[in-house]
Design a protein around this ligand. Structure first.
Ligand code: ADP
Length: 377
């Protein structure tokens, strides 16, 4: 039995909004996508009201799920700050303290849903994820320097910071400006170091990012993937949120990934988390391109002496055991930390140094694995 748009609207009319009127009359709904029994739309409200709307979102989702024939319902609550409620935005949407509603560029009904894994992103040959089982292992630092390594081996590269809970790409790249919109109302990624870069941190104030939960995360990331004028790219590197919870799984399922790279430190605990990451990508049939061991060994910035303080080599063994490629070892080195934290990543600031060479070698391995995909595109 095929689900109709009208059925969805009828159900939503039975849900009362915090404004005291039916949800369908509250002027908050994006266009509704119904495709193959799957229903997607967003409820767009002011950030200040978001908490009051969370239960309405949940009610709307259960109401839609109850329609015979509905196999999935994804309803996102997106929070936008009203113009004027924070520092005045230079551009509509992009600087408004929230993410623009997902509605603007939805394909007509019957086309693949923008949330579907099958929906490739026009112009991008391969989207790859950089993930870690937990925070603090250097995932973002690796994602940025790997993106630069891929650039150095001749690819056109973009970087999407999807770490919505703690976006660090603005800090690691020193980017302070907000993206502008083009004539099609798509955000133009910031161009830095020859990369096209987008981060939720360019769009939202920290406090706004914190109130985003559950489906809002996916909705925001979908918009950053699809409502951005990426142009022609060979690879888009996605810096994933750390961990292997529901948000990460949904992301891995819904972003059209051609592969994933797992970053781990050599410690046992980090490796256990990395294994979970691997299992997560395998579960959703995303090929794991390999494991990178970060903070692999300590290299003294003064004398260059190497110490294996974390029992270096754990990730290499783990990769062998699990049958995935081992991509390389990055030392724990002061230069990597200081360059990262000053917005001038090491591959860019010390291109002839030993660290840049390591990231480039990892980039070359990744490029070789993606060769077929890039050539086909
Ligand atoms: P994550 O994204 O996993 O939370 P980050 O990339 O933000 O981690 O890194 C956390 C901290 O560790 C940052 O201060 C960063 O500069 C530092 N760091 C990351 N990798 C290295 C490394 N190989 N050597 C030295 N410092 C590093």
């Amino acid at each position: 039995m095929s689900v109709t748009h009208q059925q969805v609207l009828e159900k939503l009319a039975g849900v009362t909004s915090p404004r005291g009127v039916a949800l369908t009359n509250a002027n908050v709904l994006s266009p509704i996508t119904v495709s193959d029994g799957k229903v997607f739309f967003s409820i767009n409200v002011d950030a200040a009201e978001a908490r009051a709307w969370e239960s309405v979102r949940a009610q709307a989702e259960s109401a839609v799920r109850a329609i015979p024939g509905v196999t999935a319902a994804m309803i996102a609550l997106t929070a936008e700050r009203k113009p004027g409620s924070s520092s005045p935005p230079p551009h509509r949407h992009a600087a408004g303290g929230g993410v623009p509603p997902a509605s603007a560029h939805r394909p007509p009904q019957g086309a693949p849903s923008p949330m579907s894994r099958q929906a490739e992103i026009p112009g991008i040959a391969a989207v790859i994820a950089v993930a870690s089982g937990k925070g603090g292992v250097g995932k973002s630092t690796t994602a940025l320097n790997l993106a630069l390594g891929l650039r150095d081996v001749g690819l056109r590269v973009g970087l999407l910071d999807a770490d919505i809970y703690g976006p660090s790409i603005p800090r690691l790249t020193g980017i302070r400006e907000k993206p502008a919109l083009n004539d099609d109302k798509k955000m133009i990624p910031i161009s830095r170091f020859g990369l096209s870069i987008m981060s939720i941190g360019f769009l939202v104030e920290e406090d706004t990012a914190m109130i985003w939960r559950g489906p809002m995360v996916m909705s925001a990331i979908t918009q950053m993937l699809r409502d951005v004028a990426w142009g022609a790219l060979d690879v888009l590197v996605v810096d994933m949120p750390p961990g292997t919870g529901d948000a990460q799984l949904t992301l891995a399922q819904n972003v059209p990934l051609k592969g994933a790279i797992i970053v781990s430190t050599p410690q046992d605990l980090s490796l256990i988390d990395a294994r979970r990451g691997l299992a997560m990508f395998r579960k959703v049939n995303v090929p794991v391109l390999g494991i990178v061991e970060n903070m692999s060994y300590f290299q003294c910035p003064h004398c260059g002496t190497r110490s294996d303080i974390f029992g270096h080599g754990g990730a290499r063994h783990e990769a062998e055991r699990l049958g995935v490629p081992f991509l390389g070892e990055i030392p724990l080195h002061m230069a990597i930390r200081t360059t990262s934290d000053s917005g001038n990543p090491v591959v860019e600031s010390e291109p002839d140094g030993p660290h840049a060479a390591i990231y480039r070698a990892i980039g070359a391995k990744v490029r070789d694995q993606l060769r077929g995909v890039i050539a086909a595109a």
